[in-house]
Ligand binder design. Structure first.
Ligand SMILES: [Zn+2]
Length: 412
């Protein structure tokens, strides 16, 4: 615990010190500081290359195709039995779940939350090094923590009708048990300018509740998913426009949720229900078509000097017969596809990286880079050496040999 308060305290101190320095000096007296690299990380929860590739080939994801052509991409090796809170915390800390404290949706009977973090997350390291940080809807960031910028929590935010460990999607005004927005003054501003948005994707309905009106229920649920994505797009656009930061991290979560119960499985797959799974076989690929439009909006905020990283924590595959009675990674009903395979290589994630000094049109083969490499690579862009507890390495294969990626003097 002391360690946690140590870095939190340090973050606050830096913010307070920066504020007082700004007040004490006239603009002319401010030290000439080299501009920090601008980095935007867009996370896609459970992006599955098996579905993305055919859409790319058919020209149905033009924005992602452009990024792939202009950067380096490939599989991202994930961890064992991957799920969102575990892998995202690995992204944040480059440590294993037992080391960082986030071992699943539920830890010691409680929904995973930021009070449980045992290793310093990247937003704190960046803050301590004077990098401005903006984060929105990133999983496992509830309650929000102070940063040199803003933070709006995402998946695992608790609120009205939430049960421990069960995913729910409270609206911003329905959040309970902690703050979803930092700084506090940003919350009324978002309510006024973006609206009372859902903070996570919609919960999957129970199968028995759909009986007799499957198609209608599926369509209604998908309409809610569309609403949530539209709200999320508005939120991201507002924040990117009004509060541009050196480092921005935003995450979409509806792709994964739709995949879990509307993956277009076949009659021979486990859990097939013709009335449900025949209703909207386009639903899952449609999530990626929709993601590409969100990406298009984000790219309007990007110039050729901005680094863009698209990362996904894992893929997703249909259940197998051996899984039929096994527990599911998401504690919810109606699941027909999952990603908590013990061997994470079966459901590798994805990465696409674009920016100054990053190789263009390069496909990194196999599973060379891993979820552990995300934090060291992002820190490297700011010239910050990874702290010794980090397991990963800088993804050197994505960078041109020379010139070296933009670097500032190492912080602290
Ligand atoms: Zn999932």
């Amino acid at each position: 615990m002391s360690r946690k308060f140590g870095f939190l305290g340090a973050s606050l101190l830096v913010i307070l010190m920066s504020a007082s320095v700004l007040q004490a000096e006239t603009p002319q007296a401010a030290p000439a500081q080299k501009a920090k690299p601008r980095v935007i990380v867009l996370g896609v929860n459970g992006m599955e290359w098996d579905f993305v590739r055919p859409l790319l080939v058919r020209g149905e994801m033009p924005n992602l195709a452009r990024l792939i052509a202009n950067g380096s991409s490939g599989y991202l090796k994930t961890i064992s039995s991957p799920n969102c809170p575990k892998v995202y915390t690995t992204f944040f800390t480059s440590t294993t779940p037992p080391e960082n404290g986030i071992t699943g949706f539920v830890v010691n009977g409680q929904t995973a939350n930021t009070h449980m973090l045992k290793e310093e997350p990247i937003w704190s390291i960046l803050t301590n090094n004077g990098v401005t940080v903006g984060m929105a809807n990133v999983p496992a960031t509830f309650p929000v923590m102070p940063v040199n910028g803003y933070m709006v929590s995402g998946m695992l935010t608790r609120g009205k009708d939430c049960e421990d460990g069960v995913l729910c999607s409270p609206k911003l005004t329905e959040v309970e048990g902690g703050e979803a927005v930092y700084p506090a003054a940003l919350k009324p501003e978002l309510l006024a300018n973006v609206g009372d948005f859902y903070i996570d994707c919609a919960r999957i309905p129970k199968l028995e509740a759909l009986a007799g009106h499957e198609t209608q229920s599926v369509n209604e649920w998908l309409a809610k998913v569309d609403t949530i994505r539209a709200q999320q797009t508005k939120l991201f656009d507002y924040l990117l426009t009004k509060y541009p930061k050196d480092f921005t991290f935003m995450v979409q979560s509806c792709e994964d949720r739709v995949g879990h119960w509307l993956y277009p499985i076949q009659p021979h797959n486990v859990g097939y229900n013709a009335k449900v799974h025949g209703a909207r076989v386009d639903a899952f690929p449609n999530q990626y078509r929709a993601f590409d439009k969100v990406l298009g909006m984000v790219l309007k905020h990007v110039d050729e000097n901005t680094y863009v990283f698209i990362i996904s924590d894992h893929g997703i595959k249909p259940l197998r017969y051996s899984d039929a009675h096994a527990h599911m990674d998401h504690p919810m009903d109606s699941v027909i596809a999952k990603h908590d395979f013990k061997d994470g290589d079966e459901v590798a994630g994805a990465f696409i990286a674009v920016g100054p000094g990053i190789k263009k049109n390069q496909h990194v083969m196999g599973l060379q880079v891993s979820a552990y490499d995300i934090a060291p690579t992002l820190l490297h862009l700011y010239g910050i050496a990874p702290p010794k507890q980090m397991k990963g390495r800088v993804m050197t294969e994505i960078f041109e040999a020379a010139p070296a990626p933009a670097s500032t003097t190492a912080g602290k």
